[in-house]
Design a protein around this ligand. Structure first.
Ligand code: HEC
Length: 198
């Protein structure tokens, strides 16, 4: 019995070793340059790992305020222009000087890639950022983050007038900076939901 356990242990260890060497060889041969967009396999693995790392309770979160209030949407457009458009572009396409040179690239948020994420997943990604990518964590109020989720949902049908309005918003309008000390999504999201429920 002990022999069998030892054999399994050695087997797993050699498997991990072979995988580590293969990864190293692949990294050295392909380099760490951000000029190259990640391969389909890297993108697939990255998306799976990210999805796996988002707690189910966060994935199920919903916007506590369901109305798309015009003032809130204007504020979200302001926020998006000031904090997000540099990488994601005003229209969410990711086609900016920086966006095109990040690896992984910011995805086109108008497509199913982003639109198929749950509201809670989008909230979590904005609030906590994504490690090993250019996506920062943000210190926005939960209500502001939900407004951004609403704006991202609106991106597939964003109008020219809205985009023109965004392009006219001067830089530095909003003050929130990437989170220095991350606040867990569950806390901020739930806190907002609780406030509404009271
Ligand atoms: C410095 C560049 C940068 C900035 C600024 C930035 N992002 Fe991102 N964002 C990225 C990158 C790169 C990814 C891709 C991450 C990945 O592959 O998991 C991303 C991914 C996302 C995603 C997930 C989309 C998907 O389908 O995978 C959302 C949602 C998002 N960003 C929202 C925002 C919002 C909202 C802001 C502003 C508050 C913002 N980002 C600011 C670079 C940025």
């Amino acid at each position: 019995m002990l022999k069998l356990v030892a054999r399994i242990f050695i087997g797993v260890l050699s498997g991990v070793g072979v995988l580590a060497i293969a990864t190293l060889v692949w990294l050295v041969s392909s380099g760490m340059s951000a000029r190259r967009a990640p391969s389909a396999l890297e993108t697939w693995v990255g998306a799976r790992v990210r999805s796996f790392a988002i707690p189910a309770s966060d994935r199920q979160m919903h916007d506590p305020a369901t109305s798309a209030d015009p003032a809130e949407m204007r504020s979200a457009r302001e926020q998006f222009t000031d904090h997000c458009a540099v990488c994601h572009a005003h229209d969410g396409s990711g086609q900016t000087d920086i966006g095109r040179r990040l690896s992984p690239r910011p995805p086109d948020m108008r497509t199913d890639l982003t639109q198929s994420l749950t509201d809670g997943e989008i909230f979590h990604i904005i609030n906590d950022g994504v490690r090993f990518t250019g996506m920062p964590a943000w210190n926005h109020e939960a209500r502001q983050t939900w407004a951004l989720v609403g704006f991202i949902r609106h991106l597939p049908k964003v109008t020219k007038a809205e985009l023109d309005d965004m392009r006219g918003i001067p830089a530095g309008t909003r003050s929130a900076k990437p989170a220095a000390t991350p606040t867990s999504t569950a806390k901020t999201g739930r806190a907002a939901a609780d406030r509404r429920a009271r």
